[in-house]
Design a protein around this ligand. Structure first.
Ligand code: ZN
Length: 277
């Protein structure tokens, strides 16, 4: 019997936003044909369609639905805004349940000018308010810490240490964490915090791409694995040492790649995955 390959595509997942020009049917067909094992669905791709049927279509294509992106954005200066965010997160949980996704990824949010400590408190309170709904639906909530360059308006949770603190404080089997190399690669405490996350059973998702040099757009210039300065393979080894056995999710926002041929891009993704992650 021959030895199993060190790496194959069975644990490769691609986010729908990575090949944004494709409708979800085409993404499903192409991912499946390429041998990709999983798909993470962004909520915008579900607008105006039956979520239940979409989930069935993805499974019939041979893809595992890995997660739903995204909920979050809990902080708001007004109480009504915070309540609206909680309501929207409950809808995201319902959508994940209909789709058959085990968790919703949370981009936690921040309010420009509001102290980050206050935003973090509002995030914690917001997640706490959604937990009973998540539990009832059987859908987990995955806190995704974002790079500090987004601390102004996208997330007041900027390190894995902060996400670990919050998940420990919330202390619910329905709350975990999504580790994204793009946001966390620079952190000197990353390895230790990944092990802490794993020990707590909080490691729910692993997102990969690369940090291009130079990065020309703070949001939409992510690179393919191997194109930049992130040692994806090393971080993946830490995540696996921490007990993670889930998918490696390629999440690339890129004006450059979105403007090109998506079929060629998908070929580059599978190649970069095999060679650099
Ligand atoms: Zn991510």
């Amino acid at each position: 019997m021959s030895a199993a390959p060190i790496n194959d595509l069975s644990r490769l997942c691609v986010h729908t936003i990575t090949t944004r020009p494709w409708k979800i049917e085409e993404a499903a067909r192409r991912f499946s044909e390429a041998g990709v094992g999983g798909i993470t669905v962004w909520r915008d791709t579900l607008a105006g369609r039956s979520i239940c049927e979409t989930g069935a279509m993805l499974r019939e294509s041979g893809l595992q639905v890995v997660s739903l992106c995204r909920g979050g954005f809990f902080p708001h200066s007004e109480k009504s805004g915070r309540q609206a965010a909680i309501d929207d997160n409950k809808r995201a949980v319902d959508e994940a349940a209909e789709l058959g996704a085990p968790h919703v990824v949370l981009v936690c949010g921040a309010v420009p000018g509001q102290p980050l400590t206050e935003s973090r408190k509002q995030i914690r309170d917001g997640i706490s308010a959604v937990i009973p709904h998540a539990q009832a639906a059987g859908v987990k909530l995955a806190i995704e810490p974002l790079h500090p360059m987004y601390a102004d308006s996208r997330s007041a949770v900027n390190t894995l240490g902060q996400a670990n603190d919050m998940a420990e404080e919330l202390n619910s089997p329905w709350v975990g964490i999504a580790v994204d190399v793009y946001h966390l690669w620079w952190d000197p405490a990353l390895e230790a915090e990944i092990y802490r996350c794993g020990r707590n059973g909080h490691l729910l998702a692993f997102h990969i791409c690369d940090w291009k040099i130079p990065t020309t757009d703070l949001l939409n210039d992510r690179g393919l694995m191997g194109e930049g300065c992130i040692d994806v393979r090393q971080i993946r080894s830490w995540v696996e040492k921490a007990g993670f056995r889930g998918f490696n999710e390629v999440e690339i926002f890129s004006n450059h790649y979105w403007s090109g041929d998506q079929g060629q891009f998908l070929e580059k993704i599978t190649q970069a995955y095999l060679e650099h992650s």
